[in-house]
Design a protein around this ligand. Structure first.
Ligand SMILES: NC(=O)c1ccc[n+]([C@@H]2O[C@H](COP(=O)([O-])OP(=O)(O)OC[C@H]3O[C@@H](n4cnc5c(N)ncnc54)[C@H](O)[C@@H]3O)[C@@H](O)[C@H]2O)c1
Length: 278
């Protein structure tokens, strides 16, 4: 069941699995008419696009899957153009493609090459996608929405939600590359919000703590005590499920968030509100 509605065309990166797939399914369940799925993993992204049909409520719901490396600017421009040609417009961009560090190690023992790789995918890749999609959004007609009081509200030309992390607010031992990329993701998102507001494009950031995805499983392998730590320090005692992140992304995309711009939505069950001392 959808909490908010997201009629229109969505483009979701990193949608072969994890948060991106959860967001795409939530958008389909909230009324998206078409979703373009993009991921570096071609086989899984095709399967995810097909699987999303189970969740869609629009009877004419359509999907298209693209193999895309978001750190390749030219490829991003080509795929975004192909999406616009296929579906006519892009109302929502959810950018969830991202990677973790290969190894965790404190500076100065961290791997400088891996630092560069993580920035290229998580920070530059995010900007590549937003830039290309903003070009499509700024050229399309704004949409209208009828409020509960019956008045018409301008919804603007589009909405961008970038998935950063709660790591965008703190330092985390042994994770300098990942943390730097998430602070950059948040800074880019806030700058896009003010750059694109005059064009009627809202840009917000989703900042979860741990989410139960393949990336999190990789973290559990690198830090086995992480599951017990989450039980102790997170009020929910567990990582978020992908649909919990997906539904918060739906909210940011929906008309319910028409006045929300440049915001970082922390999704942490209250973990960063204060220490759990009982
Ligand atoms: N899982 C968590 O605990 C957590 C918490 C906070 C933030 N995040 C962030 O959420 C985003 C999604 O993470 P997730 O947990 O769903 O991870 P995931 O590994 O489950 O999914 C990420 C997807 O991105 C794709 N991808 C990786 N590099 C790509 C590239 N260059 N081009 C296109 N696609 C690429 C992968 O193939 C994968 O399908 C990431 O930015 C991650 O940093 C995750």
């Amino acid at each position: 069941m959808a909490y908010f509605q997201t009629k229109g065309v969505a483009f979701v990166t990193g949608s072969a699995g994890g948060i991106g797939q959860g967001a795409a399914n939530a958008l389909a369940a909230a009324g998206a008419t078409a979703i373009a799925f993009a991921d570096i993993d071609e086989a899984r992204v095709k399967a995810a696009a097909e699987e999303s049909k189970k969740h869609a409520i629009d009877s004419n719901y359509r999907v298209k899957a693209f193999r895309l490396d978001t750190s390749d600017r030219k490829a991003v421009e080509e795929v975004v153009q192909a999406v616009a040609e296929e579906f006519g417009r892009i109302d929502y961009l959810v950018h969830s493609a991202g990677v973790d560090q290969v190894e965790y190690a404190p500076v100065p023992d961290d791997d400088p090459d891996d630092f560069d790789r993580v920035q290229r995918i998580n920070a530059t890749g995010l900007l590549n996608v937003s830039r290309a999609v903003a070009k499509v959004m700024e050229a399309q007609e704004p949409r209208q929405f009828t409020t509960v009081s019956g008045t018409q509200r301008d919804l603007g030309r589009g909405v961008i939600v970038n998935v950063a992390s709660a790591a965008a607010f703190v330092g985390i031992p042994a994770k300098v590359g990942y943390v730097a990329s998430k602070w950059a993701s948040l800074g880019i998102t806030k700058t896009l919000a003010v750059d694109l507001a005059p064009k009627g494009i809202r840009v917000n950031c989703m900042c979860p703590t741990w989410v139960d995805t393949p990336m999190f499983k990789g973290e559990q392998e690198k830090i086995p005590p992480i599951t017990d730590l989450i039980k102790k320090i997170n009020p929910a005692g567990r990582p978020a499920e992908v649909d919990e992140v997906g539904n918060s992304i739906v909210y940011l995309c929906s008309p319910a968030a028409s006045y929300v711009n440049g915001h970082a939505l922390t999704l942490d069950a209250g973990m960063t509100a204060g220490p759990m001392i009982t």
